[in-house]
Design a protein around this ligand. Structure first.
Ligand SMILES: *[C@@H]1O[C@H](CO)[C@@H](O)[C@H](O)[C@H]1NC(C)=O
Ligand SMILES: *[C@@H]1O[C@H](CO)[C@@H](O)[C@H](O)[C@H]1NC(C)=O
Ligand SMILES: *[C@@H]1O[C@H](CO)[C@@H](O)[C@H](O)[C@H]1NC(C)=O
Length: 417
């Protein structure tokens, strides 16, 4: 029987490749894994197709570590983050609380909305197995981070301490020196100009763990413009994770198995609208990630709802806590630290020192450590890979007071040729 099946795959694969071009079979297999049978399909005004998938049949459960996983519908504790979720609204900022597709219908109970992947989406990837993956990376500073209490070491020197090609330009603030079990912030949403087809640009939070920098563990969430994965230049909600520095594990949204979605109200990868514009209303999303210490699962609350969780079994050290929390942005491009530099911008495309109404920001920054108190991070390091291309500005009214963090920039310009 097995042999027959192999023969069939070889024969079928052979003739199929001939007829439809190399890799078509791989694409079919990938599409089948990603697009589970829909119990209902919603066609969004923005062109996305949202499939309502049986919550128990979602892609997460294809992960070998989740074979016998019992789905959790809510965390076992309250994260105590709802109180601070109300941002003072002075008319110039507004929270985005729904997605466009939900105007066209909703998913039945027991299902989750999943953005359907098209054949063209996968074809843009270098290979179907690379679809939605982030490239390998290192965070060298992690090797020393735990020993450097309160961030009093030369973070820039430690972060820059690596060799080999780099495809990410990052600008962020980082909290170090504690065991973090939660982080949140409000990010204003922009459509960064001039994003190139081979690049992406994100505004996001990272929770990093792991004992060695080249095998770091990471949980990430925010917004991104990623034409490679989504086929357009719209700003979309994303999450991502890895347990080995993106060498072999992890990817964006539900494009590889791992993250368990529990909400029926939000679809990962869906368009976020409206976006902010200069000197007008700033539209914000709240990104929160909290550890449930009883299960080792990292949850993503969203207002009174939860989006879902990363099961603790996906990780080694993140199961217990994160070593570092970063808030900022990232531009991924083959043309980073190079001339000519990519023209892909970060954040709003404006420099950080243009501040409120012009630049992208993280505000209402909160962390939770083993004290289980939600508080703003006191000790922060500011960092940018390419200060002539993308900048940072940590804004505090007085020493050690509530931080607000601005970041971004145009990419290629006179000083970043
Ligand atoms: C309120 O608006 C002003 C500018 O009009 C801005 O400086 C301030 O940061 C805003 N506050 C909040 C909490 O958004
Ligand atoms: C930290 O390291 C960077 C890069 O090696 C260097 O330019 C900077 O002067 C150092 N800062 C301090 C305070 O030592
Ligand atoms: C740079 O990396 C090397 C090897 O990983 C390490 O021995 C050294 O301490 C690092 N230097 C800094 C400034 O972190």
């Amino acid at each position: 029987m097995k042999l027959f099946l192999i023969m069939f795959v070889i024969l079928f694969g052979f003739s199929y490749d001939k007829a439809y071009g190399k890799g078509s079979l791989d694409i079919d297999i990938k599409l089948k894994a990603l697009n589970k049978p829909a119990l209902k399909t919603i066609k969004s005004q923005d062109g996305d197709i949202i499939d309502c998938i049986d919550i128990y049949k979602q892609h997460a459960f294809d992960h070998p570590a989740l074979k016998n996983h019992k789905i959790q519908m809510k965390p076992s504790i309250e994260f105590g983050e709802k109180k601070t979720n109300k941002i003072p609204n002075n008319g110039s900022s507004e929270q985005i609380t729904s997605q466009i597709w939900s105007k066209s219908g909703d998913c039945p109970d027991g299902t989750i909305p999943v953005r359907r992947v098209s054949r063209e989406d996968i074809r843009r990837a270098s290979s179907p197995s690379q679809f939605g993956r982030k490239s390998p990376h290192r965070y060298n500073y992690l090797d020393n981070a735990l020993h450097q209490r309160k961030g009093k070491f030369n973070f820039t020197a430690a972060k820059r301490n690596h060799s080999g090609p780099i495809f990410r330009s990052e600008a962020f603030i980082v909290a170090l020196g504690f065991n973090f079990v939660g982080a949140k912030s409000d990010i204003n949403v922009w459509s960064p100009p001039r994003v190139q087809p081979s690049d992406y640009s994100s505004a996001q939070t990272w929770l990093l763990g792991g004992v060695s920098s080249d095998k770091f563990e990471s949980i990430e969430a925010g917004w991104m413009v990623n034409p490679g994965v989504f086929g357009d230049y719209r700003t979309r909600l994303f999450i991502s994770w890895t347990k080995d520095g993106y060498k072999t594990t992890g990817c964006i949204n539900l494009l590889c198995s791992g993250f368990v979605q529990t909400t029926k109200s939000f679809a990962l990868g869906a368009v976020i609208e409206p976006v902010s514009s200069s000197s007008r209303t700033q539209y914000i999303i709240t990104i929160s990630v909290f550890l449930d210490p009883n299960t080792g699962n990292w949850w993503m609350p969203s207002g009174n709802n939860v989006l879902g969780y990363w099961p603790g079994t996906l990780f080694n050290s993140l199961k217990h806590s994160a070593t570092a929390v970063q808030w900022g942005g990232e531009v991924h491009s083959p043309n980073i630290l190079k001339k000519p530099h990519t023209v892909t911008s970060m954040g709003s495309g404006q420099w950080a020192n243009y501040l409120y109404g012009e630049a992208c920001y993280h505000t209402n920054l909160r962390i939770k450590d083993y004290s289980m108190q939600l508080k703003y991070p006191k000790y922060l390091n500011e960092y940018t890979d390419e200060s002539n291309c993308y900048t940072t500005k940590l804004h505090r009214k007085t020493y050690m007071s509530e931080p607000r963090f601005y970041f971004g920039g145009p990419g290629r310009n006179r000083y970043c040729p």
